[in-house]
Design a protein around this ligand. Structure first.
Ligand SMILES: Nc1nc2c(ncn2[C@@H]2O[C@H](COP(=O)(O)OP(=O)(O)OP(=O)(O)O)[C@@H](O)[C@H]2O)c(=O)[nH]1
Ligand SMILES: C=C(OP(=O)(O)O)C(=O)O
Length: 209
């Protein structure tokens, strides 16, 4: 292991999560789909050899149980403060290198996350790095070396915001890491890469091509 990373994973309450994906798998209850995305993301993060701890920030009881089963630590959310506050809250608990990742990466392969985290370790000292999503406007991963504040700028146009904040984009070929799932089309694209087992079970018979 090159560096012992802690990964912070914020997750909204399932009833409100992934609203753009609602109805994406006909006949599958929305909260089951939202939870499956989280479960597959967490399993892949946990299986990454560079990761020593996973910190899930959530107020959702089912996500909490899922995270504990995946041997993650769970912190309560900052009430009504949004995604960046949740990332800051998690990162504030960490003294070593810390990465924030979105919980909507059901095709994530541990080896691709490991390669991205190793690439952060090769950046100049003190530099934060980010991985943009497949379309290029969003962010799936933001990482800071030990002692450097994470300073998350997630939200619409976050890739530009992270660059403007001084973070460095990582250019690796990591399709499963870059494939966040916001819409039914994203889910179909993730399925082409290969979904994790929880999401794959729900998708069986619903997705084509
Ligand atoms: N803890 C926490 N996590 C959040 C919050 N807002 C978003 N997230 C998580 O941040 C990640 C990326 O967010 P989005 O891709 O916008 O997901 P979303 O808000 O569930 O999806 P939409 O409803 O379609 O916008 C997902 O894992 C969300 O669960 C928040 O207020 N608190
Ligand atoms: C949260 C983000 O966006 P999206 O909801 O589009 O995944 C982001 O990319 O910072």
């Amino acid at each position: 292991m090159s560096q012992p990373w802690t990964v912070v994973v914020p997750v909204k309450r399932l009833v409100a999560a992934k609203s753009r994906l609602r109805g994406g798998l006909p006949g599958v209850p929305h909260e089951e789909l939202a939870l499956a995305l989280v479960a597959d993301t967490l399993d892949a993060v946990r299986a990454c050899p560079e990761v020593v701890e996973v910190l899930v920030v959530t107020d959702d009881a089912r996500v909490r149980a899922e995270a504990l089963a995946a041997t993650a630590r769970v912190l309560p959310d900052v009430p009504d403060a949004g995604l960046n506050a949740a990332f800051r809250h998690g990162a504030a608990q960490v003294s070593g290198p810390v990465a924030g990742i979105t919980a909507d990466l059901p095709a994530l392969r541990p080896a691709e996350l490991a390669a991205a985290l190793r690439a952060v370790g090769e950046a100049p000292p003190g530099v934060r790095c980010y991985v943009a999503d497949a379309p290029g406007a969003g962010t799936v991963l933001l990482a800071a070396p030990a002692g450097v504040p994470l300073r998350p700028c997630f939200g619409p146009g976050s890739a530009t915001a992270h660059a403007a904040s001084g973070a460095r984009p990582l250019a690796g070929d990591w399709p499963s890491l870059r494939r966040d799932v916001d819409t039914p089309d994203d889910l179909a694209a993730a399925a082409r890469l290969g979904l994790g087992p929880r999401t794959a079970r729900l998708a069986a018979g619903c997705l084509t091509g």
